[in-house]
Design a protein. Sequence first.
Length: 232
Amino acid sequence: MISDRNKQSEERSLLPNLRKYALAAEVKSERRPFGIRDARLGWLLFLSAICVVATCAAGAGKASAAFRFASPGGSGPSPCVKADPCSLYVAASEEVPIAERAKGGDEIILLPGEYSGMEDLGPEERIALPLNIKVRGEPGQPRPVIRSNSINYVMALNGGNTVSDLEIIAPQGQTPLTMGESVAERLVVRSSAEKALLASFIFSLCSETALASRPVEKELAWGSVRAATFGR
């Protein structure tokens, strides 16, 4: 009698394990080899994840873009709001501290007037733009003038920049405007320096832009343009 009870007890203890093994066998029997369909599904999920991440990043970049204002004699702090505009140097130069610097996607609006001297243009009287920002005059207002005594460049477009509706005057400038993979629209660039290169281009687009007195229309160029070519 005792042995029968022990036997029944052992059978009860084995039941959970038997169920576990049976379930594992069923799962194993339902598995199939990894095939082309699985690979395609994996790639679709991977590409979908990349698209979601890229879309979020683009949205975040667009949301962080800002308008920054500059005026002649401006002394406002970054972020250069219209009620308290900055100097052109603070508003648009890549040489200011990172915390004050314009970021990719920002748009710099120059209020009318003449920008000149270290107060407006910084210690070297020149502006090197950060990547992927726009600089323009205020719509419906006279074209702002940037006048510099720099013997090198006055404005450097370093990539992804669009600059429009400005006049650059550099009496001593050898190359007032330098452009790399950027766009210039409706600019006037002047220099009195002998054998000056008014502008240098690397894969850049000029539209309705006058180098000295002769206009350049939609010119994609690699090289430089001499004042002697276009007159003064």
